[in-house]
Write a protein that binds this ligand. Sequence first.
Ligand code: ACM
Ligand code: ZN
Length: 737
Amino acid sequence: MKRITPILLLMFCSSFTQAQHITPKPQKITLNEGPSFTLNNEVIIEYNQNSLKELSILLSGSIKQATKLSLAPIGPNKSEKKKISLVLVKQDQTKDFNKEAYTLEVKKTGVVITSADQAGIFNGISSLMQLIPVSTDGKALEAWDIPAVQISDKPAFKWRGVMLDPARYFMTKEYVLRYLDMMAMHKLNVLHWHLIDDCGWRIEIKKYPKLTEVGAWRGTGKNKHGGFYSQEDIKEIVAYAALRNIEIVPEIEIPAHTLSALAAYPHLGCNNTKFNVPTKHSISPEIYCVGKETTWEFLQNVMDEVVPLFPSKYIHVGGDEARYNRWKKCEHCQKVIKDNGLKNERELQGWATRRIAKYLEPKGKVVIGWEEILACGIERSTGIMTWHKYSTAIEAAKNGHPVVMSPVKHTYIDTPESKLPGEPPAATWTPPVTLSKAYNWDVIPKGLTAEQAKNILGPNTTLWNDRFLHNAKQLADKPGEGTTASEAYMDYLSLPRIAATAEVGWTPKANRDYSDFLKRMGTMYHRYIQKGYNFRLPTPELRVKRLADGKLSFSADSPVYNGELRYTLDGSEPTKESEILDKPVTASSKQSMKIATLIPYAKMRSLTYTYTAKGNKYAKYGAQIGEWKSAMVAGKTPREETFDATGLINKNGTYEITFVYTGGEFGLDVKGLKVVRNDVDLSAENKKVGFAGGSGVSKHIVKIDNYQTGASFKIKANICGDLGSDSNGVVMIKRLK
Ligand code: ACM
Ligand code: ZN
């Protein structure tokens, strides 16, 4: 039998595939026999308790945004009209109670979302919104049929978080609200809000106005940058989040990453030194003096204003990357060490963490901090957020601490998704976090018993903004798709990777399947377009097969439904006019291919993926970056030709460029070459003159010491025929070290 591709399946049997297209994947979803439910203006939204009124208004607004239909939300109703019913039910709260669990049933006669809590009702709404058809070609849909399904669903983990970092690069209240919508769409339920760092203090504290008058701004004149959230802003943001089942956990760093506070109030440091808010990212050695009671008065007063603003159980106190140089020389800090029999400054940090935890405990708050605090000596109730060393998660979970998993390799989305040319400048201290890496990991570290594993609360992805400090000037405002220092750039780094985190947190590991996730994302991208989110459209996953006759067969599936895969075989960039890869293409064994995903109606194009033929007879010289043909070397006067080495120059190092003669009556003279990065000449220049002809090759070495993620790299060479114009060959590049 002929295999039906997913796209055909979508056409023949759209209700089935749409029913599956919920991300994160529900625990149990069955397609009911029978016709679907038709949404139209006659349908009402009914809720059985007044506490659901706001959610029913939210649902009505979301449906209006997606379909333009106006569904009236009304309370308990006996009308015979077709309805979407939101139903809060009583449930034995002691037995397996999960407030986020819900059921969703769609029949021809109506839709019913049931849960024992508003959290579950919200999750049901979120799933329902993904059952509503979405246009995949930009044409307005005319019918709004929701497939007949039965869903029974609950999350695997109770913490499914994203960390936003407005401290390093301020994001407006409007953007935070928009980001909360992005999170809610994926059932992400914790916004970990990094409100304080060396480069900015972002929360209004009425008792200490200088925190935001001074600490929220850096630079001067037209370079002044910053902002903060007033307490009114915060109340609005917290309420907006709560309706969407998102809890906001503020991060109030103690003791390090606090130079913005010291700039406002120098007495908070060990030496009363005056500082400016730094304009460049680095981790400051200036930290709170925890030996002075005046610092404690400050910290407690700050917490007194923070606590009522955030209903969350946890308050994050940072605690990462503290350097103790100042404490070592501070009489106040040393006195606390001595008076309390502490061994060293690390134990002093433990003492400070315990002290703030103790202060917050009667206010109903639990402290959580980065993994570093574990080694400082803390109470068992204090939470640990592992970012770097899995051993801290294991040790903490074994000892009964609540643990949140934020491993760099899988959740640090301040990194780019790849090293492909065109990727925005992003964090380079750790390798790219591909979508596959964001998806394929287990939240429970190895080595824990089932009982200990219960201490793992869930995953938390982190969108650090320190890179924006470095790049804000280099990043143009909006070149192409999403390479900007602005909020579109934050969208781009987040989507689709937060969808992966969402599924990692929601769907039990045994039910997760990366290829199934990618298929569902094929629909999700259209929902992002509908909502105006800027996302990273994936490049095609090109399959290259060597056939029995030695030729290559290229094939690929579009990562997005109704997407186009456009390719070239001549080394040029694929455009909307290039050939479409919709069936396997056969080519010679030496053929390279450039290919990109396009969504024509949204004018979106992915980055280009370049396949460079391996195993050709020049492979010992590396990868091919171009060729010269007789027409190019018409005379004996050298002319500059450009060869694209983007993606092949992929880190700092020494590269060898080789001109290999392949045929023709004459050879080639190479009269020097240089490397150009993003149209800027690099010092990597090689004036060596060489000759390629017969079996002789012309080799040229360049050294790259200012590699930049995402930049293009071109080799510009001055070449001409040695005696006449009939000369042909290939240009290769290889990294030597
Ligand atoms: C961290 O990345 N410093 C927690
Ligand atoms: Zn001190």
